[in-house]
Design a binder for this molecule. Structure first.
Ligand code: COA
Length: 530
């Protein structure tokens, strides 16, 4: 190959003129870029600083990996247009977060309350497009007054497109993480509402479809901002928030932690494997031998996963089902562990988490200790059937490999919802103390007695209480026999009864085996009854 030979003359008039003009242009560009660094009037900047909060660009700096580049995008969007000026009210760009390239969008809450004008909205749509084309997860740092109201007619339809973009990317396996630092009102509330992962900062996040004055006008209800849409309410009651952050830095830390768990599915297992911090011998003391006595399954998780490290998902919501990410022998797993009866919130949380694990190709580990779904009028009215059905639907259509371990009780539809035998986990092991049945033996005998009594009454016969008692005792004995671990294993309802202390070794082996064949998360689920 020959080397190209230049013909330019650096002393020529044209060369020198170009040089001069270009230097002027570059100076102009620098000035405009400087203009685009504007983050609001001093009174708003001071107010933010005084309250110990970060500005939009500082939030990005804190979010990025140390030494990560930041490719700022569209910094001059809106320049020369009637609106909020160069760059609008968001800072956008690509950088590394927990080792993975992400699209970052940070609202500038200190310009017009972070309201979105026409150019800002177009900028948001464009970065959405870029993240879709380049398969980038998206991190939204939210603090916005929503639509710039004077612009409303111009932006209404495009606003809809931005929400659509979040869910389209999610369906394509590209999650959006939203950290809500401040207001996210009206249409803006759908940003955290539609994100795959939502973090809200305590005392600062305010997320509602209508603020207190509008609620008063619409329904005459008097309610304060915190109760209507505060971070605590959304993290503990509505479930719109998955994580409650103590402060801004904690919110950023949580986003980085989430991102660390949604790395490319093609990643190799971690090279350095950390053993659990706690002694596996302690498992025998942690797991309740009597299935009627509950125990905290986190104690078990802490003794089987790498480094005892567990990134819990939605820890304050639906607390009877623990969900979260961990590694076992370097392989990432999504864990669902029962910590009580399944309520609607827990079922919905489980269904959401299974979808997330399918989105990021993460195998599931079910730790079953379940007496079933909650019963009673209140719970029926809340739709425990349809919410439980959602969890069963998610388990049925999930296509990532699953491993189930029955650590205690496995009764009723809880067995189905937690990936029992009929739901095809790749491996299913039980602990020696476990029980599997339609319901507990005492409940079963009690129900049979009640039915017998009602049938006798209907036929006008006196129910023989003594005979009923004997029958119940016999049924309890039979049910005990047919639901214990040995019987279950004999019926091939599991792949083996294991010593709980060997759980980690079994999981290591199973995960090695699972990774012999490629797998892909489900792209669609059955219709979820809402
Ligand atoms: N559109 C246009 N400008 C807006 C705006 C909006 N949606 N919301 C706030 N602003 C402007 C204010 O006019 C003010 O402008 P200025 O700096 O030129 O004086 C600036 O943003 C700051 O607003 P302010 O209300 O003083 O700030 P705050 O921190 O006390 O309150 C909000 C922030 C977001 C709570 C409050 O402004 C608000 O409730 N805004 C309306 C939110 C809304 O209902 N949006 C509808 C979305 S569809």
């Amino acid at each position: 190959m020959s080397i190209f030979k230049t013909k330019i003359n650096r002393h020529s008039e044209s060369y020198q003129r170009n040089l001069e003009l270009m230097k002027e242009k570059i100076a102009e560009l620098e000035a405009k870029k400087k203009e685009a660094l504007f983050q609001g009037e001093p009174k708003y900047l001071e107010r933010t600083k005084k309250s110990g909060r970060l500005l939009a660009r500082e939030r990005i700096e804190m979010l990025l990996d140390q030494d990560s580049p930041f490719l700022e995008l569209l910094p001059l969007a809106g320049w020369g247009v009637d609106g909020f000026g160069a760059g609008g009210t968001i800072v956008a760009g690509i950088g590394l977060v927990s080792g993975r390239f992400c699209m970052i969008n940070s609202n500038i809450g200190t310009i017009k309350g972070g309201a979105i004008d026409y150019s800002t909205l177009q900028k948001g749509l464009r970065i959405g497009e870029i993240s879709m084309e380049n398969e980038l997860p998206f991190i939204n740092m939210v603090e916005s007054a929503g639509a710039n109201l004077p612009d409303q007619a111009k932006i209404f339809n495009y606003g809809g497109a931005s929400f659509r973009g979040i869910t389209r990317r999610s369906a394509a396996g590209l999650p959006t993480i939203s950290i809500v630092f401040g207001n996210s009102t009206a249409g803006g509330a759908y940003i955290p509402g539609m994100s795959d992962y939502t973090i809200m900062v305590k005392n600062d996040a305010k997320v509602f479809l209508a603020g207190p004055p509008l609620v008063k006008m619409a329904t005459n209800e008097v309610v304060d901002e915190e109760s209507l849409g505060g971070a605590k309410m959304h993290s503990t009651i509505s479930g719109v928030s998955d994580y409650l952050a103590e402060d801004e830095m904690d919110g950023i830390r949580l986003a980085r932690e989430i991102m660390a768990n949604i790395k490319s599915p093609k990643q190799r297992p971690l090279s350095e494997i950390k053993e659990p911090v706690y002694d596996k011998q302690e498992i025998l003391g942690v797991v309740s031998a009597d299935v009627r006595i509950p125990f905290d399954q986190r104690e078990l998780i802490g003794r089987i996963v790498d480094g005892s490290e567990f990134a819990e998902f939605k820890p304050l919501y639906g607390s009877t089902l623990i969900t979260g990410y961990a590694h076992v022998n370097g392989y990432r797993v999504g864990i669902l562990a029962n910590n009580g009866v399944l309520f609607s919130e827990a079922a919905n949380k489980g269904a959401q988490f299974i979808q997330l694990c399918n989105q990021n190709n993460t195998p599931l580990l079910f730790l079953q200790n379940i007496t079933g779904f909650m019963v009673g009028r209140k719970y029926e009215e809340e739709g425990i059937i349809k919410n439980g059905a959602k969890l069963i639907n998610a388990v049925s259509n999930s296509s990532v490999p699953a491993i189930t371990i029955i650590t205690g009780a496995s009764y009723g539809a809880g067995n189905y919802a937690m990936c029992g035998r009929a739901y095809n986990p790749r491996f299913l092991f039980t602990y020696p103390n476990s029980r599997i049945a339609v319901m507990g033996p005492d409940q079963l005998a009690g129900v049979m007695q009640t039915i017998g009594r009602a049938a006798a009454e209907k036929s006008g016969i006196t129910y023989d209480e003594e005979q009923g008692k004997q029958m119940a005792a016999y049924m309890v004995k039979e049910a005990e026999k047919q639901s214990n671990a040995w019987y279950a294993s004999g019926q091939l309802w599991d792949d083996g009864v294991i010593d709980p202390r060997e759980t980690r070794n079994y999981l290591k082996m199973c995960l090695d085996v699972i990774h012999n064949a490629p797998y892909e998360g489900a792209k669609g689920f059955g219709v979820f009854r809402m």
